[in-house]
Design a protein around this ligand. Structure first.
Ligand SMILES: [Fe+2]
Length: 383
């Protein structure tokens, strides 16, 4: 038996769908957003205007950085406690959404903190229902965080990414307005798009895949392979909208199925060197697929994906896509020097064995992981 959750209460899609905020009946809305682009391009003002026209009092909490840290969440939590919203609304990239989710979790359940949250979660003692609504409006097309039950926060002291996966973090409403993605710089299009592709493929080859998520992830993979290069090169609204929708489908898929060692290794490098999550995934993905194809079921699934995408070999196509998107082959060409890599090697190895690596279709030993780390650092097969 498997219980599937395919979304919160609602997914609103379509260019211009931000205007549906006019129909929401919240009294006090705290908007959580990132650096400056959503403010600079007038998106926050538009959202605020819609909400105020519906009678809400709105406060904006901005400044969430890439790879949000525990300290940022704790600061944001104080802002929530002061403002006392009945709705937390994240507008921005995956970092803003993840930070908003963690802030909401600790606001809603004051007995939780970063020291005890994983224990409570492991014992299944975090309530599912909450009083405060969560609305997520992504401006990048990759994390799928607007439809998942997870958040990833960085513990900068331990150089460790801490994923918290619990049902109360699934947003009530996800708004997929592709107009918000038109301001994305090309590099962000490439990196976030590759994150979404990684979600869909890691879920697809995971042994926990089911019929529902096979259709969602297979469709997302074929769609992203077709439309991501168009979104990157031609920057059309149509292409941005396609990728925006497919990345949410990938998010629903991996939330129900799980991921694999691409994410395990990506979190390890991402936390150690503060690298963009999508970039780390993109570097690792083709190597990990090649490695995992030693499993016959994975090899058969990859062959079927090649058929779905109309190509000879999906792994070769991903390599071509990487180079078309300007993604380096290995981490040594992504700004990580040999010394940086060697200095952090033990930490990288230990952390790469954690998290999603535990559900990789091929069980990983430390010895095998050492070969994978060498492969992804030097950008050439070492296994
Ligand atoms: Fe991811």
């Amino acid at each position: 038996m498997k219980k599937l959750v395919l979304s919160g209460k609602q997914i609103v899609t379509g260019a211009g769908s931000l205007s549906c905020l006019k129909e929401l009946c919240y009294k006090r809305v705290m908007i959580v957003t990132g650096g400056s682009s959503m403010i600079r391009f007038g998106i926050i003002d538009r959202a605020k205007g819609y909400l105020e026209s519906a009678g809400a009092t709105v406060s904006v909490y901005s400044g969430i950085q890439k790879n949000p840290a525990i300290e940022e969440v704790e600061q944001g939590l104080q802002a929530l406690k002061t403002f006392k919203p009945d709705c937390v609304m994240a507008i921005g990239g995956g970092s803003a959404i993840d930070a908003a989710k963690a802030m909401l979790l600790f606001y809603e359940f004051p007995f939780l903190n970063f020291e005890n949250v994983l224990d409570y979660n492991a014992k299944g003692e975090i309530p599912v229902n909450r009083d405060t609504a969560l609305v997520c409006i992504p401006s990048t097309s990759g994390t799928g965080s607007e439809v998942t039950r997870g958040t990833v926060i960085t513990d900068t002291k331990k150089e460790l990414k801490v994923p918290i996966m619990t049902d109360c973090l699934r947003p009530d409403i996800a708004i997929l307005d592709a107009e918000l993605t038109t301001t994305m710089p090309k590099q962000i299009v490439a990196e976030t798009g590759m994150d979404a592709l990684t979600h869909a493929i890691e879920a697809y080859i995971n042994h926990n895949l089911d019929d529902f998520n096979e259709a969602l992830c297979g469709g997302a993979i074929a769609g992203i392979m077709k439309w991501l290069p168009v979104s990157y090169e031609q920057e059309t609204l149509e292409a941005r909208e396609k990728v925006h929708n497919y990345q949410a489908m990938a998010g629903i898929g991996f939330a129900n199925v799980g991921l694999g060692m691409v994410h395990g290794i990506a979190h390890s490098f991402g936390a150690a060197f503060n690298m963009a999550h999508g970039l780390t995934n993109a570097v690792i993905l083709p190597f990990a697929l090649e490695y995992n194809s030693k499993d016959k079921i994975v090899a058969d699934k990859l062959a079927h994906l090649s058929y779905l995408c109309g190509c000879e070999n999906i792994v070769d196509e991903i390599r071509k896509l990487k180079s078309r998107l300007g993604i380096p082959n290995g981490f040594k060409d992504a700004g990580i020097t040999e010394k940086m890599y060697q200095d952090k090697y033990e930490l990288l190895l230990a952390h790469a064995m954690l998290g999603a690596t535990n559900v990789n279709p091929v069980k990983m030993t430390e010895e095998e992981m050492e070969k994978m780390l060498a492969t992804v650092f030097y950008g050439e097969k070492r296994f």
